[in-house]
Ligand binder design. Structure first.
Ligand code: HEC
Ligand code: HEC
Length: 190
């Protein structure tokens, strides 16, 4: 390749990468309407998505698109996106920092929640902030009401939630511990 045509080729590549990055930014802005500025939610039933792992974000979106996973809203919305756009959105939000929204809870609730989360530690870490692998979401500083809604979905057999292990773990929780558990994770700064 001659020097000049190589230069034109390189400029072209950079330009198309920029156009693509710009397109992803535009798509991501439409998510912020519900998920908050840069993916940090203002709650209480809407989850923060910035800083969750690429793999977790992508898995959920693809499961909604294929209809394998229950949703109130995301299934309908994500069907309009190509798999490439979904992959780009997952990368975009995973690169933003995880920003816990620390929600105050009283000492008795925190103690009860902590005691009931022994089973959760191996995968989510002591405070929900140290996921053991890339498929595990962060729970620390996630909105308590959202965490509670998710746990209720995993517990209901007729709600489509494909992750078998998380279903099993959610079903083991005593009904009376659910609120304390979600308040405990929501109160953790890291
Ligand atoms: C109209 C509001 C709305 C918009 C816009 C929206 N979402 Fe959602 N999102 C929700 C709701 C509601 C949930 C909870 C799941 C459900 O029931 O649909 C959710 C859940 C999620 C989750 C699950 C997070 C977790 O860890 O459990 C991800 C990931 C997500 N959305 C990504 C996106 C992306 C990416 C966009 C932009 C393309 C987007 N959402 C746009 C309403 C919205
Ligand atoms: C074997 C590992 C494992 C254990 C043990 C475990 N989890 Fe999970 N958890 C996961 C994975 C993986 C996901 C994502 C599953 C999916 O794709 O639906 C998840 C998802 C969740 C979610 C949904 C969060 C979101 O952003 O959508 C909540 C809430 C949760 N776990 C709470 C708990 C609690 C409470 C316990 C203990 C009682 C627990 N988990 C035990 C692996 C685990």
């Amino acid at each position: 390749m001659k020097c000049r045509s190589f230069l034109l080729f390189a400029v072209g590549l950079t330009a198309s990468a920029l156009v693509q990055a710009g397109a992803t930014e535009d798509l991501a802005r439409t998510c912020n309407n519900c998920h908050g500025m840069n993916g940090v939610s203002v709650g209480p039933t809407m989850p923060s998505i910035a800083g969750q792992s690429e793999s977790h974000l992508k898995t959920l979106m693809l499961q909604w698109k294929s209809g394998e996973r229950y949703s109130a809203t995301m299934g309908r919305l994500i069907k309009g996106y190509s798999d490439e756009q979904i992959a780009a959105l997952a990368i975009h939000f995973s690169k933003l920092p995880w920003t816990p929204v620390v929600q105050h809870a009283n000492a008795a609730t925190l103690a009860k929640g902590k005691a009931a989360t022994d089973h959760c530690e191996t995968c989510h870490g002591k405070t929900g902030g140290e996921p053991d692998d890339a498929d595990i979401p962060r729970l620390n500083g996630q909105w308590a009401e959202y965490l509670e809604l998710e746990l209720m979905k995993y517990r209901e057999d007729d709600v489509k939630m494909p992750h078998k292990k998380m279903r099993k773990n959610a079903k083991k929780i005593e009904e009376g511990d659910i609120t304390a558990i979600t308040r405990f994770f929501a109160a953790q700064p890291k």
